[in-house]
Design a protein around this ligand. Structure first.
Ligand code: DON
Length: 304
């Protein structure tokens, strides 16, 4: 089956699940959408279904800021702030922060607490400079200079993100966050609200799939070791408390976002991105996961 047929076959799953509404602005998404983009190493991007809809990348920003922090600070400092272990809890769970593991830090950089800690490591003199650096990095990875923030979604989360706020203040209390908590949260809300489409995300995933290289210039944007770290953490933690089931059924490093996107890396072969905003209870796109299962099986892509 080709991509169009696979999209059509999975369209019915867009009726399952619900569009996120805990960030009020996200509830405006159209739950009927389903699209996929594939960027093979050395080839142009192909897409099927709803491929030109812009949505906020939300947690898909987490592996991207992790890459930046690793480039800026190196492994030792980054992993003094977050662990490398899955939690088995939801993405915004607060409960393990107090019964925190022996390392006294969030379990991994893919959950909200971990990503807030990583946000504190983005270099820049002001938040403006920091978000501009993040945007420029994502523009380079996606080969799209128009990438920007959706201000309505950003302000909506800034207004309502009290659970993240609670976690950030806790992280400040235990010495994980340095600097002003509200500013760190603001940066976190901003990078979650970066807008992209699946073509952009497939392009980004392709860099992680194809030796960290810019497909146009062959320049290494992400060194091998960082590719390895990020792909591994996406495999073990990228789909939160569904990461195990997803690994069994799809078997590819992936990161979901509550905006409805999933960015998937097929190491050595291609980047894939899907979009379908109705989510399951764990915050992952229902039809997106189903479509990725079909794509992985149809083209025999699982890494296991
Ligand atoms: O902090 C939040 O709750 C959102 N900005 C991001 C969460 C998210 O995307 C979880 N992903 N499935």
């Amino acid at each position: 089956m080709n991509l169009n047929e696979l999209v059509n076959r999975n369209k019915e799953y867009t009726k399952h699940g619900n569009v996120a509404n805990y960030i009020p602005e996200l509830s405006k998404a159209n739950p009927n959408c389903l699209g996929v983009a594939v960027a093979k190493c050395g080839e142009s991007v192909i897409a099927a279904g709803d491929s030109n809809i812009k949505f906020t990348i939300q947690s898909i920003s987490k592996p991207l800021i992790l890459i930046m922090a690793l480039l800026d600070y190196g492994e030792e400092i980054v992993f003094s702030k977050v662990g490398k272990e899955p939690t088995g809890d939801s993405f915004n769970s607060i409960r393990r922060l107090e019964t925190i593991n022996e390392f006294t830090k969030p379990y991994n950089p893919m959950i909200n607490a971990g990503a807030i800690a990583i946000s504190s490591l983005i270099k820049g003199k002001s938040n403006n400079e920091k978000i501009e650096r993040i945007l420029n990095f994502i523009r380079k990875l996606s080969n799209n200079n128009d990438i920007k923030i959706n201000m309505d979604v950003y302000l909506s989360e800034k207004r309502t993100g009290n659970k993240n706020r609670a976690m950030a203040y806790f992280l400040k209390d235990i010495g994980i966050l340095e600097g002003d908590v509200e500013e760190i949260l603001d940066l976190y809300f901003m990078h979650c609200s970066i807008e992209a489409d699946i073509i952009d995300l497939a392009n980004i995933a392709r860099v992680l799939a194809c030796a960290g290289k810019d497909p146009l210039t062959n320049e290494v944007i992400i060194p091998r070791r960082i590719v390895q770290i990020v792909n591994t953490l996406m495999t073990t933690c990228g789909m939160y408390d569904e990461s195990g089931e997803f690994a069994v059924n799809v078997g590819l490093p992936s990161k979901s976002g509550v905006g409805g996107g999933i960015m998937t890396v097929v190491p050595g072969k291609m980047g894939i991105a899907v979009y379908a905003p109705a989510l399951d209870k764990k915050g992952n796109s229902v039809a997106g996961v189903k479509l990725l299962e079909d794509i992985s099986n149809e083209y025999n892509l699982s890494i296991y």
